[in-house]
Design a protein. Structure first.
Length: 489
């Protein structure tokens, strides 16, 4: 509640005080403290002081569902206020897409699609998250579960230009968003620039045309090139990470060796006469392809009574030459962002990934149980607002958490990210610089929950009064650190 007050969260929801606003605020705080169903949240409110703090005692799940509907009606205005607070002309805007699985079959948004939860064959919904360059969430939009990532971008561009009234935009998005139609749409809006990455086939095409050569990385881990024919008006920053290159080479060799062992076993069976027939031998080899997926690197000869295989050495070498190489593409002018800053900007997408991990983990956005389309949208919007509150709490409490308080900015943007010496010491000793036990965000909330409000009745009287238990040193420090949250009250 202290963080919500400093953020002016109540006024973000609605300018006028109302019971619905208080209920919505209770839903947001409750989602951070102990996420659960509306029934579980209503019961939790009766067991804590949150209901009294917000004057919403006696609520039930129907009241909370009504508050969700009220919140969804104001989503556009709330996101507009967040955009005015966190987005400015010319600023980087991070955008990425994820999905969450759905329980049930009656919601129009729930459809089969590519599951990022690893639950194939399960209905899901897709949602896109807009953040500022630090990863602070600004807007969320829900789409049908079968929609491809790239189809979600046009609505976000319209939102940034029309609803948020931004005149100059730099959109940082994953390579899955980049299609010719999306690029044409961004080019048509002269003040919209982008930072994204090439897909693997496009990188291979550059290599075949000898625009990517090993000599580019003799002295530096990145090099800037242009390709007016394929990418007019764009800059291409070619990067090579040697750690990723070594890992990919190791994995490829492991897969090749495992495939060879199983193919050799098939060859022995054919030679012994226990496996015969071109079709049967082909089925056995196909099972190996399905398991290791390196068919493209082998040459086979199959007959009714013979079987032979060999590696395609030249093809393997050509693929290995591109290990650890990726290409960032951007329309941002070099006088606005140099090559290293373009790479750093693209890597900021990790902040959106962190948001998705928090939404799917501590905030329990999944599984989605709502049946009505608007309730699903309200659920995702509620979880985004809860993450907005959690994001600021994490920033304020960095000192008490395992997070790095002052992460170093590497001179080489392609190199593996490193932690500061203080963060390494935290991880090793499990203690902060002041000697306090280090916490995860969840364990810190659990510690803060130990402070109680007691109702006291003196002996032999009917009089009562309430008293808060004395805060511990950790409680006092955690509350003091809330002053680091920007004051928008």
């Amino acid at each position: 509640m202290g963080a919500a007050r400093r953020l002016g969260l109540a006024r973000l929801l609605d300018r006028a005080p109302s019971r619905e606003r208080d209920l919505a605020l209770a839903l947001i705080c409750g989602r951070v403290i102990a996420p659960g169903s509306k029934l579980a949240t209503a019961r939790a409110l009766h067991r804590s002081t949150l209901a009294a703090e917000l004057c919403v005692e006696g609520v039930d799940q129907d009241d909370l569902y009504a508050a969700m509907d009220w919140l969804l009606e104001r989503q556009g205005r709330i996101e507009g206020r967040l955009a005015r607070r966190h987005l400015h002309d010319g600023e980087l805007v991070l955008y990425d897409v994820s999905s969450s699985y759905f329980e049930g079959r009656t919601c129009p948004l729930a459809e089969l699609g590519f599951s990022r939860d690893g639950r194939r064959g399960t209905l899901q919904v897709v949602y896109g998250l807009l953040c500022d360059r630090r990863g602070c969430p600004v807007s969320v939009e829900v789409f049908a579960g079968s929609l491809h990532d790239d189809k979600t971008l046009p609505s976000q561009l319209a939102k940034l230009r029309d609803r948020f009234a931004l005149k100059r935009i730099v959109v940082v998005s994953d390579r899955g968003m980049v299609t010719k139609a999306n690029l044409d749409a961004m080019r048509a809006q002269h003040d919209v620039a982008w930072i994204t990455a090439l897909k693997a086939p496009q990188v291979k095409r550059l290599a075949r045309r000898e625009l990517i050569q090993p000599s580019l990385f003799d002295e530096h881990s990145l090099a800037e090139i242009t390709d007016p024919d394929e990418y007019p008006g764009e800059r291409l920053i070619v990067c090579r990470n040697p750690l990723v290159a070594a890992e990919r080479a190791r994995k490829r060799e492991d897969l090749l060796e495992a495939t060879e062992r199983e193919l050799a076993d098939i060859a022995r069976r054919v030679q012994a006469g226990t496996l015969a027939g071109e079709a049967e031998i082909g089925l056995a080899a196909g099972a190996v392809w399905n398991r290791y997926r390196v068919k493209k690197h082998f040459r086979l000869k199959i007959a009714d009574t013979s079987f032979a295989f060999a590696r395609k050495s030249e093809q393997i070498a050509a693929e290995a030459a591109l290990d650890g190489i990726y290409v960032i593409r951007t329309s941002v002018a070099d006088d606005a962002l140099d090559g290293p800053d373009v790479v750093r900007s693209y890597k900021q997408l990790k902040e959106v990934e962190r948001a998705f991990r928090s939404l799917k983990g501590p905030l329990e956005v999944r599984p989605i149980h709502h049946r009505l389309e608007d309730r699903v949208r309200a659920h995702l919007f509620l979880c985004m607002l809860a993450y907005y509150l959690e994001w600021h709490l994490r920033q304020a409490w960095t000192e008490l958490l395992f997070n790095d308080e002052q992460p170093p900015t590497p001179t080489d943007p392609v190199a593996k990210a490193s932690r500061s010496a203080a963060a390494e010491r935290k991880a090793r000793t499990k203690r902060t610089a002041n000697g306090r036990p280090c916490h995860s965000f969840r364990s810190l909330l659990d510690e803060l929950a130990l402070r109680t409000r007691n109702t006291i009745r003196p002996h032999a009287t009917n009089a009562t009064f309430t008293q808060l238990s004395e805060p511990t040193e950790l409680h006092t420090r955690a509350l003091a650190l809330l002053q680091r949250i920007p004051n928008h009250a």
